[in-house]
Design a protein around this ligand. Structure first.
Ligand code: CP3
Length: 351
């Protein structure tokens, strides 16, 4: 097993910013930075044969995780994986359909369905991600921090019940109204699996972990408080209470949940991720004591370089210079020109 002794990081800007320490400049990385924007990623994916093969082959996953550090100059690497590995580890395998996205051939919609699932054992069911983290840690050799992640329980619930992506996730939401007992039981099982998984990620070398609540924005504030926030709270509290993991910063990114910023800001987390609909100044008022991450519209990267630089300057002025990690407000779109991504990153670094 590779040596994962703590190594002093040469660039720990993301971690210092996350902890609220003073930084010389704003750190920057991009959600979905390891992916189809890079020809070098597409070449490795081609070699692997499929997304799932790539994600489950630790050497290849580690290779594409490091690519954006070498090719784009970002201040953090995020492990190449997917949020849907957790349902798979619970006993619900997924498929990744080209041009369409993830599909679960079987769904979980009743207590009887739930009985077929177990709580994920990270070493047994997600060992390939842990091994990818260990290999990545070695390849990075302390250049930048390595970020781990998981889906927030509500977002994972959406995919497990609906079975596929959706604009409304009305099948998933319907269950919140028609069978809340079942919904809570499934959410709890996802939560227990996620706590074990994130602890294991930290054990394998993750320096910070991010929770993606990508579908938070489809809930009403009341539903968010009932079906999403309590489970995110459990995860944050469990990680912070564990002496071997508690020092690791946690980022909570709840896309579309503008109404929940204040409540998320009161969780046992360190960073609150913002999408591009959330105003920087207003977010600072709502979340006064935590670091904010975000939040340029990914479509800004379709603009000419001069406009990208102007938008970055505006973002940095609105957030900065402290307690801010620059990022997009959601994952970078696959048809983005990597040169424009570099313009974005350099504009933050040279500000
Ligand atoms: O950020 C990174 O660079 C790390 C890699 C990463 C992936 N998925 C790789 C991926 C991360 C952090 C994710 C998280 C993820 N996966 C989320 C939460 C973030 C978000 O975007 O809201 C969600 C909702 C998923 C589920 C998922 N995976 C969908 C809906 C899709 C299809 C859409 C798409 O982009 O194609 C995926 C596939 C996926 N996950 C790809 C990548 C690079 C594309 C597949 C490919 O390369 O063939």
């Amino acid at each position: 097993m590779p040596d994962i002794c703590p190594m002093k990081l040469q660039n720990d800007l993301v971690l210092r910013a996350a902890r609220g320490e003073t930084v010389e400049r704003t750190p920057v990385w991009l959600m979905r930075q390891a992916g189809r924007i890079l020809a070098e990623y597409r070449a490795v994916r081609e070699k692997a044969g499929s997304f799932i093969k790539l994600a489950t082959t630790p050497e290849l996953a580690a290779e594409v995780t490091v690519q954006p550090v070498d090719l784009l100059g970002v201040d953090a690497a995020i492990i190449f994986s997917d949020i849907l590995v957790v349902p798979e580890a619970m006993g619900l395998p997924y498929e990744m359909i080209e041009q369409r996205g993830p599909v679960f051939p079987r769904t979980i919609r009743t207590m009887a369905d739930l009985d077929s699932l177990h709580i994920a054992d990270p070493e047994e069911h997600l060992g390939y991600v842990l091994e990818a983290l260990r290999i990545t840690k070695q390849l990075l050799a302390g250049r930048v921090p390595l970020l781990g992640f998981a889906g927030a329980p509500f977002t994972i619930f959406c995919y497990m019940t609906e079975g596929r992506g959706s604009k409304t996730f009305s099948v998933a939401k319907k269950l919140l109204y028609t069978d809340p007992t079942f919904a809570h039981a499934l959410l709890q099982r996802i939560t227990d699996s996620t706590i074990a998984y994130l602890k294991a990620q930290v054990g394998a070398g993750a320096d910070l972990v991010q929770l993606f609540d990508s579908w938070a924005g489809i809930l009403s504030p009341e539903q968010y408080n009932t079906f999403s926030l309590p489970y995110i709270r459990q995860i944050c509290d469990a990680l912070k209470a564990d002496p071997t993991v508690g020092h690791t910063p946690i980022t909570v990114f709840a896309k579309g949940a503008f109404f929940a910023r204040q409540a998320i800001g009161q969780l046992n987390c360190d960073v609150v991720g913002l999408d591009w609909n959330m105003d920087a100044a207003e977010s600072r008022l709502l979340v006064p004591n935590k670091t904010l991450q975000g939040n340029l519209d990914p479509c800004v990267l379709y603009a000419e370089p001069a406009q990208i630089r102007a938008e970055v300057a505006q973002m940095l002025a609105a957030f900065g210079p402290q307690r801010h990690i620059a990022n997009l407000g959601h994952g970078v779109y696959p048809d983005t020109n990597p040169d424009h991504v570099r313009v974005f990153i350099d504009a933050v670094k040279n500000a």
